[in-house]
Write a protein that binds this ligand. Structure first.
Ligand code: AGP
Length: 606
């Protein structure tokens, strides 16, 4: 995700800011930029090294702000990179987060004569502050007034061209930390870029603003109340900081899931109406209303997300759905009739099979949609319309948070289609309520992951696993098995539990354990029967059950509990323990969790 570093003090800012950007590279980014009031602004697409090459040797000034951007609104290009300024180049900002109401604000500012050069939501913040500054008593008053009009999330560092040395920081939803040094102060999105200069930090809370100079910092709330805060000392190593204190990116990314769900839903749920609002689909609204059939294409984890999507869309919206492996679809001579949508699901947006499958759909006249995490990627650009995941960069090869965000987008998509069709307002409300409860449910699961950490090593020498589930949790079984395969190199097969008697049951013995996904839903009793059948053949069972399910737990050897949720949202919760299970088994085996052998994060060749 985007990174911020800002400096004010006595030293020359250029090298400090560039070093800070290098330290933020681990967060993932596609462009970078910096601003020093006395010298100006430089931006570059690509690695920080490209920015370093672009900054003139003499770029003097003892304060400035800098940013690594991971695109959320607008493709990765220089005009969209941060810092952003108002049209008169008086106010300069760097921003992390998403401004939900940027379109309304942009319109309002355009009426007042402001012009824009980027496609970002961030540029409006600089213009809004500049607009308020025309009548406000001070820069900070203009900032405070502006923040009150923003909806969404932000971590902001703000400077004015005519006030070098002063930086204003503001936080709502996107982390910001102040680094308090000797006659110099820093602002950053996390401690990584500042801890080499000072270990004394102050984490800003949501709704707080700080005025920072080289020798002072004042913190107050949006309402104007002063906040007294004493710096705390951090004891992270630089390496630990890059992974947010976690040992692996995969663990960090799993722990980000509650926030990812919130970001994926941000501004997309209309609570009062029990509806979803997907801005990226507005231009194709009419075609969506009359859609007769949806074909979802994807590979690996994204394909499994599509399988869950099939249950969601058919049940909520009553539109027929087919899900195809993209690598099969593209060579299959598929039948595409009037009213067919081809929906490509891809974290990277670059997977060649998914891209070609989508292109095949387009050639045959389908409306093409994308559910993509990487903004500006090829699938995002070439699809007719789409929805971004907003999951942030996923660095671990094993997809975890992106899978969950794909499920959340598919749930929102199903809700959107459903409410446009037959889904009642009451059902819409119940579904929205269940969606908004998910982040806390995931936090509950994360807080009990110690149990999985304890049992996983007892399975670490197992050679083969079966994963079973039914209905919407059949794909969860497939995804759980894939996670184990890719990071622990253990053979694991996902099966529909109803298929057990048609073959796989023959393999069951005491050395062939089964992971059974059996939450209390409409197929719970059938799942319990499957568990009993396995137990009767001496098979060991690790069951994923609903909180309080003593009956199920008594039938399994090991059990992990997940909170109750809407039946069709249960894969979002059930997959979390399976991700942890694969993680801890791989950890016990001492394998390279983030970069498993033979695999790449983005598969851009067939
Ligand atoms: C998931 O853990 C895998 N690494 C892999 O299956 C991945 O989901 C697949 O390659 C598709 O990638 P995409 O989402 O970037 O298109």
């Amino acid at each position: 995700m985007c990174g911020i570093i800002a400096y004010t003090g006595k030293r020359q800012a250029k090298e400090l800011l560039l070093d800070g950007l290098r330290a933020l590279e681990y967060r993932g980014y596609d462009s970078a930029g910096l601003y020093i009031p006395e010298s100006g602004m430089v931006k570059a697409v690509g690695p920080v090294a490209s920015l370093v090459a672009a900054v003139p040797h003499e770029f003097l000034g003892t304060s400035g702000i800098a940013h690594t951007r991971w695109a959320t609104h607008g493709a990765p290009k220089e005009a969209n990179a941060h810092p952003h300024t108002d049209d008169l180049k008086k106010v300069v900002i760097v921003h992390n987060g998403i401004i939900e109401n940027y379109k309304e604000l942009k319109e309002m500012l355009a009426h007042k004569g402001h012009t824009f050069v980027s496609e970002t939501d961030s540029e409006i913040v600089a213009n809004l502050i500049a607009e308020k500054r025309k009548t406000a008593k001070s820069l900070v008053d203009a900032v405070t007034e502006s923040l009150k009009e923003l909806r969404g999330t932000y971590g902001l560092a703000i400077m004015a061209a005519d006030e070098p040395g002063t930086i204003i920081a503001a936080r709502m939803g996107s982390p910001l930390v102040l680094g308090i040094g000797e006659s110099e102060n820093f602002i950053a999105s996390d401690p990584t870029p500042i801890m080499r200069h000072t270990k004394n930090v102050i984490y800003l809370n949501d709704g707080e603003i700080a005025i920072v100079t080289g020798t002072s910092y004042d913190i107050f709330t949006l309402a104007g109340a002063s906040v007294a805060r004493v710096p705390e000392a951090i004891d992270w190593t630089v390496e630990a900081a890059e992974k947010g204190g976690y040992e692996h990116y995969m663990e960090k990314e799993m722990m980000e899931i509650p926030e990812v769900i919130e970001n994926t839903m941000l501004g997309r749920v209309i609570l009062e109406e029990g509806r979803a609002k997907l801005g990226g689909l507005i231009d194709v609204a009419e075609k969506l209303k009359s859609a007769k059939r949806i074909i979802i294409v994807g590979c690996g984890t994204a394909y499994y997300a599509g399988l869950v999507g099939e249950y969601l869309i058919e049940s909520l919206a009553r539109v027929p759905v087919e899900v195809e492996l993209a690598s099969e679809f593209r060579y299959r001579n598929p039948v595409i009739e009037e009213g067919t949508i081809v929906l490509a699901v891809s974290q990277s947006g670059e997977t060649i099979d998914t891209l070609e499958a989508m292109r095949e759909g387009k050639r045959r006249g389908a409306l093409t949609l994308g559910i993509v995490n990487v903004v500006g990627s090829t699938i995002a650009r070439e699809s007719d319309a789409g929805v971004y995941n907003h999951a942030g960069p996923e660095i671990g090869v094993a997809s975890t948070k992106a899978f969950v965000s794909q499920l959340v987008v598919l749930a929102l998509f199903a809700l959107h289609l459903g409410r446009e069709r037959e889904m009642s307002e009451e059902d819409g409300h119940a579904f929205v309520k269940a969606l908004t409860e998910l982040p806390n449910h995931v936090r509950t699961i994360q807080s009990t992951r110690g149990l999985i950490e304890k049992i996983a090593p007892t399975y670490a020498t197992t050679r083969d696993f079966l994963y079973i589930g039914r209905k919407q949790n059949y794909p969860t079984a497939l995804e759980g098995a894939l996670k184990l395969k890719e990071i622990s190199y253990v053979h694991a097969e996902g099966y529909s539990a109803g298929e057990m008697k048609h073959g796989p049951l023959a393999m069951i013995d005491k050395d062939f354990p089964t992971v059974a996904i059996a939450p209390q839903d409409s197929v719970y009793e059938k799942m319990v029967s499957n568990i009993e059948e396995i137990k009767a053949r001496s098979g060991r069972v690790f069951a994923i059950l609903t909180e309080g399910d003593v009956y199920g737990a008594e039938r399994a050897d090991d059990a992990f509990f997940i909170p109750k949720t809407h039946e069709y949202l249960s894969p979002i919760l059930a997959v979390i323990p399976l991700q942890f299970f694969a993680y801890y088994i791989s950890l016990a085996k001492g394998l390279p969790i983030d970069k498993p052998r033979n695999l790449a994060k983005s598969v851009t060749v067939e």
